[in-house]
Design a protein around this ligand. Sequence first.
Ligand code: DX5
Ligand code: ZN
Length: 230
Amino acid sequence: MADFKIAPSILAADFARIGEEVDNVIKSGADVVHFDVMDNHYVPNLTIGPLVCDALRKHGVTADIDVHLMVKPVDRIIPDFIDAGASYITFHPEASEHIDRTLQMIREGGCKSGLVFNPATPLSILKHVMDKVDIILLMSVNPGFGGQSFIPETLVKLREARKMIDESGYDITLEIDGGVKVDNIKEVAEAGADMFVAGSAVFNAKNDKDADVYNTVIKQFRDELAKVGK
Ligand code: DX5
Ligand code: ZN
């Protein structure tokens, strides 16, 4: 099986018990913690910042933390996330005046760098920075909220991004974010994604399972991914 990574978005977790929630999803087989940062400016919602990332590290979380910045401007806050223990830092090109410089700042801080593409943002901006991205994140919903429906056109864009990555020869992860569920993850993987953010699909699953164990839904994702290409 390809090296698929499942990245639960803690936006849908219980914020009053965030450390425990993260421990539980990792224990249940998730690979990466997706960390949504919203500023009530670039997107119409307000969430968590570097203090919470640092708190998760101090709590003992060792899994990769994938910081998705939905903030504008981005440069001021990047060093804070580097210091707070982020593993990946991705940002929206619309939120940086100097995309190349922002990408370099992230890598110089020892983190993996990436660009995030909204549903209507073309991939053309990648052309001259393919050597500076470790990850490309395609939004399959408009950013700002969890629980929205997957926009099908993203499958076309995923195939386009996959082609660009393969032709570039660089080792770049292709991440998808928004509306990923057990019933569409296979199709999304077949279109080229290899890292899957899932918020509501993971954290809302707890209602029908024993308290805080996310094993079931993560296993369902893995079972679907095992069918890719078959
Ligand atoms: C949306 C966020 C997503 C969101 C995904 O702006 O970037 O990470 O939490 O949530 P679901 O999986 O519920 O669409
Ligand atoms: Zn996100």
